[in-house]
Design a protein around this ligand. Sequence first.
Ligand code: FAD
Length: 465
Amino acid sequence: HSPIHVIGGGLAGSEAAWQIAEAGVPVILHEMRGVRGTDAHKTDGLAELVCSNSFRSDDATSNAVGVLHAEMRLAGSLIMKSADANQVPAGGALAVDRDGFSDAVSAAIAAHPLITVVREEVTGLPPKDWDLAVIATGPLTAPGLAEAIRAETGADALAFFDAIAPIVYTETIDMDICWFQSRYDKVGPGGTGKDYINCPMTEEQYNAFVDALIAGDKTGFKEWEGTPYFDGCLPIEVMAERGRETLRHGPMKPMGLTNAHNPTVKPYAVVQLRQDNALGTLYNMVGFQTKLKYGAQAEVFRMIPGLENAEFARLGGLHRNTYINSPTLLDGTLTLKSRPGLRFAGQITGCEGYVESASIGLLAGRFAAAERKGETLATPPATTAFGALLNHITGGHIVSDDEPGKRSFQPMNVNFGLFPPLDPGAITKPEGVKRFRGKEKAVAKKQATASRALADCAAWLGKSA
Ligand code: FAD
């Protein structure tokens, strides 16, 4: 076989290279560190962890990222093998010695007879003679390549700056307080009337909320984050600081909305949440991009009527991030539709996190190797963590009717909201259990979703779970 070129030796690129080589296909891995650094990496090691040393929960029975760990191990992941071998105690989480981990990945790649590492910056799209290639250059893709990707994919397809609003699990929103309605009852083509969930506020609640936003603990900008705000993407607390009425005339305006539970009383302000995934299991808080610290966010946002018990699939944040608009640009095997043979992997596809990035590298590597061998690899079932994440990246996104052009695709960690619902009757009250509601039921749902994922992943890989 002629080689497949992988650009970027981070979490995704290292895993992609490993999977390709393990499939018997030679790989050339191009990594620029050693020649050119990034604003966040500190070493020349492959798969350097730029920030925390945690791969998050390792619980494969009831945690979505734990399930992803287990699926990656089943698929022979180099990243997981190196993490397991360099574990440091961290309760139920999988945390690693970052240098030991990166050394293990680097050594395994260096020792693989089918992998050649070239230290160089790739400054444009792969040349034509690299007929199969994977771009895995991450959130800090070097400017030359980022520009070339932008030229190929269209000006607004590459985000250089990321203002993120929190995303809430729908089932944790109190619908005895909130109601479904889009402003002025606008329902676009294909609309279900469930595009928006509304949370009403009285004047007193609004004032207390604005005070809490202004007082909340904020994260400072680091140097590499020194990018200006996108227009219309001001953090919510910055808007609050501009004047007491700013939010009530902005994202929290009550116009065109009638409280279904109390139609005669006009809310003083309204927080809107917009459906975030095709399944309707997640809603994002419209206009609530924020740089409040995570703890402060949970505390302040649970002051919103109806969100008292909200659980967040992701909290808001603000950081530099390079990612493409994958749902429109990539096909189901991560190939750029406009350039057959060119795949993307890792954070640049719009997943978020070390484990997620590596898992998308794993899939891209397997798809590329199969293509080189003239085989077809079925995509992982939607019920697996692999499939749920891949579907988040390559399809299934809501584009809001009333804000044409607004990108609804946001990078996200793997979470149970991305999995299809269980079949009715899939969970039943265990014998001898008296109370089977709320928390108990939620745990049983997670467990059933996790075991379904692992069984389906094993079947996909042709292995026993
Ligand atoms: P990377 O691991 O960044 O790998 C990309 C590689 O491509 C790099 O080695 C880079 O040198 C190389 N490269 C870039 N351009 C070129 C080029 N033109 N030619 C050749 N090589 C190139 N996730 C977490 O789970 N936990 C965290 O704590 C965390 N903290 C983060 C902190 C920061 C500052 C950032 C930016 C991201 C953080 N992330 C975190 C998100 C994400 O998980 C990591 O960025 C992760 O490393 C992404 O994996 P990747 O393989 O896509 O990119």
